[in-house]
Design a binder for this molecule. Structure first.
Ligand SMILES: Nc1ncnc2c1ncn2[C@@H]1O[C@H](COP(=O)(O)OP(=O)(O)OP(=O)(O)O)[C@@H](O)[C@H]1O
Ligand SMILES: [Mg+2]
Length: 301
């Protein structure tokens, strides 16, 4: 589900993303050229998706600020920051939006100043400290940040993503017919996505073809379900959320985010492997539950 792309946009990157609902992911350089490259990549995709002209200009400004900010991350850690730009579509019908995320490998914030929803204004004469304020204003507060894992490292290096999203009015006209139909296919897509983010070998899956249902356990209490054209996520301490199969990229994003949040608060809620049978809770049909338990205890291959 991640389309790994070089530092350029092909003519039809945006269209392909829209039609297949994959996530475009580009490596950005960890130096001052990264903002310019992010601007060019974003504009290329947003143009193809026919976003409003004003929205494109705002998006270009915002992505530029987020990409430039990845340079802060390198001040706080000896490791390379390995910034990545991710673009994907979220939502259905008339409410489709282009989600733009910039990833870096510093999970936290320089000097620990986590930006909140209401970003404090920089003093009028300040020479810096305005980037996130600009993002806040242009996105009308529709932006955020969360813990996550790299899409491009192949091993799921940890870090954070800062995001904003803009409406895509023409999304329906661009859509292809490529979404999975069955729970099995949807879950296979999701499982592949999570494997590229370092979860391979830890996932426990069970399918019930007759019921068109599949369950994927990522860790204790963190489970994705697919059934009858809907996918939903159960995570500790979070309200259950549901999506259609065209939003599998978002489901994967939410699952990774939930996992990283659990890890970050592991002192309070120790994270158990999915191989513990506690991963599946009430409401699990007996047939599927039995299959997962059998796998968890190694009694089937
Ligand atoms: N990706 C990031 N990783 C770590 N810390 C960050 C990141 N982005 C922002 N910060 C922290 O948040 C602060 C505010 O960021 P903001 O973009 O608003 O201002 P700035 O980058 O300091 O200045 P300006 O954007 O005006 O050049 C930064 O100074 C930095 O301490
Ligand atoms: Mg900045």
């Amino acid at each position: 589900m991640t389309a790994v792309l070089a530092g350029r946009t092909d003519m039809d990157d945006g269209l392909r993303m829209a039609q297949t609902r994959t996530c475009g992911a580009w490596a950005l350089p960890g130096d001052p050229t990264c903002a310019g490259i992010a601007r060019r990549l974003f504009r290329g995709v947003a143009d193809e998706l026919a976003l409003d002209r004003e929205a494109i200009d705002d998006g270009v400004t915002m992505v530029s600020e987020l990409a430039a900010n990845t340079l802060h991350a390198s001040q706080d850690q000896p490791l390379p920051v390995n910034p990545e730009l991710w673009l994907y579509l979220r939502g259905t019908g008339l409410r489709v939006e282009l989600v733009c995320k910039v990833f870096d490998t510093l999970p936290g914030w320089v000097r620990g100043n986590v930006p909140g929803r209401a970003v404090g204004r920089a003093p009028a004469d300040a020479m810096s400290g305005r980037g996130l304020e600009v993002v806040h204003e242009l996105s009308l507060g529709y932006w955020g940040h969360h813990l996550t894992r790299s899409r491009l490292s192949g091993t799921g290096i940890r870090g954070k993503a800062v995001w904003f999203a803009l409406p895509v009015p023409a999304a329906e006209a661009l859509a292809g017919a490529g979404h999975p139909i069955t729970a099995r296919d949807a879950m296979t897509e999701l499982e592949q996505d999570l494997s590229t983010r370092g979860f391979g070998g830890r996932l426990v899956r069970a399918d019930d073809h007759a019921a068109d249902m599949a369950v994927l356990s990522i860790a204790s209490g963190l489970t994705v379900w697919c059934r009858s054209a809907a996918a939903w996520l159960r995570a500790p301490g979070a309200a259950e959320q549901q999506w259609s199969y065209c939003d599998l990229v978002e489901v994967g994003e939410q699952a990774v985010q939930a996992h990283e949040m659990i890890v970050a608060t592991a002192d309070t809620f120790p994270l158990l492997d999915a191989t513990r049978t506690g991963a599946l809770t009430r409401g699990t049909p007996r047939r599927v539950h039995a299959a997962v338990q059998a796998r968890a205890t190694g009694s089937v291959s």
